[in-house]
Design a protein around this ligand. Structure first.
Ligand code: ADP
Length: 272
């Protein structure tokens, strides 16, 4: 047996050490490539609104400022681009805070029904729901989960905002819950444009949009679902999407009803 041959075990040790080092190097290379790609993506995304605002301001300076209607129109357009830039930077900061673990999750028992009511109110107050009817199915005190209220509010805000954005006028956005013994599955459903199958696996990637120019037009940053993914990762769960083009989409995610036992984390769907 090899253990009787000291030279052989040393050789094997050196070999496995080298193998380990190579794995570390590969991992670092991957992180570095990811970082580069991220910076390239971010720069590109920042350039779009800056370039637009710059164009309007320079045109104004070149003389358009003297025409009152053109002036107002261009200033409004420049303001819209700068507002978009502001949202983008906010989303980037949120994403980076979650990724670097600067946001500590604060787990407690939370009522998904109450949380959703609060999120709905925010959309109503800001007048952001167009002619969409926001509907909540279920009752208070039924869908209680163990999660971070603030972060899950962000998840619901992003999912509902998307549902509204991609709905047709005068249609419903429905939030409902499936309560089982151990878990609560929350569904956010719309009856809008849907997502073609080939895009469904990619929409959680940062800056991925089915239609880039339309997403920007609607004030999207392409980061909403990346933020959702990261927050749900922090809850050891993830969002699933079922969507049929021209019929609508349902985004769902599962959360535990009680604090999960560390030893009870053997569920194959959980990724720790
Ligand atoms: P965005 O800021 O563009 O909304 P997201 O990360 O929130 O970025 O979403 C990524 C893309 O996924 C969107 O650009 C859109 O194409 C698609 N998408 C997300 N939610 C829906 C939905 N409810 N209906 C149709 N398409 C959606």
């Amino acid at each position: 047996p090899s253990s009787l041959n000291p030279l052989k075990t040393i050789n094997e040790d050196i070999f496995s050490f080298a193998e380990l080092k190579q794995k570390e190097i590969d991992e670092l290379k991957k992180i570095e490539a990811f970082r580069r790609e991220f910076i390239a993506d971010v720069s590109h995304e920042l350039k779009t609104p800056i370039f637009a605002a710059q164009g309007f301001v320079h045109t104004l300076l070149d003389g358009a400022v003297n025409d009152k209607t053109v002036r107002t129109k261009f200033l409004k357009k420049a303001a819209k681009s700068l507002d978009g830039l502001d949202v983008l930077v906010q989303d980037l900061l949120t994403l980076s805070h979650i990724e670097t673990g600067q946001i500590k999750m604060h787990f407690e028992s939370i009522d998904m029904y109450k949380l959703t009511e609060e999120v709905f109110e925010q959309f109503e107050e800001k007048g952001e729901k167009r002619s969409i009817r926001l509907r909540l199915e279920g009752a208070e005190n039924k869908a209680i989960v163990y999660a971070d209220w603030q972060r899950i509010s962000q998840v619901m805000t992003n999912l509902i905002s998307n549902a509204i954005k991609h709905s047709h006028d005068d249609s419903d956005v429905v939030v409902s819950f499936d309560v089982s013994k151990k878990n609560v599955v929350t569904h956010v459903r719309d009856f809008g444009e849907g997502i073609p199958t080939e895009h469904q696996t990619r929409i959680f990637e940062r800056f991925y949009r089915v239609d880039k120019s339309r997403s920007r037009e609607k004030g999207g940053t392409g980061l909403g679902l990346a933020i959702v993914k990261h927050i749900l990762d922090g809850h050891n769960t993830r969002a699933e999407v079922v969507s049929v083009p021209a019929k609508g989409s349902t985004f769902s995610f599962k959360l535990p009803r009680i604090k999960p036992e560390p030893a009870d984390s053997g569920d194959k769907n959980d990724h720790h």
